[in-house]
Write a protein that binds this ligand. Sequence first.
Ligand SMILES: [Zn+2]
Length: 114
Amino acid sequence: MIIFGTSSSTIHPAKLDGGCCPFCKTKNQMWIQGYRKYFHVFWIPFFPLWKKIYSVCSHCKGVFEKKEFKDQELTTSFEYFENNKIKIPWYHFTGIILVLLLIMLISILPFLTK
Ligand SMILES: [Zn+2]
């Protein structure tokens, strides 16, 4: 029996530079956070799937998606973080790395046993 499915890991929150909350209008209190789904086999992450990134206001605790932003400064800051600061954790590729290592081992094994 092969156990597989999807799981997710959280993306650490980071404070955005500037921008104001779309709801309470508080300036400079917006944070970016989210999670990334990954595909796993026997709980070993194989490859990353989609990510969900949203913004949280530390003043009113409101949660907002990018399409809800009314503020250009906030959108710019959010996109900068989304593209530059939020990286895929390497361990999301553990399964693929293990498979590649196994293939390498199998292919060099005949040379080692000669
Ligand atoms: Zn707010």
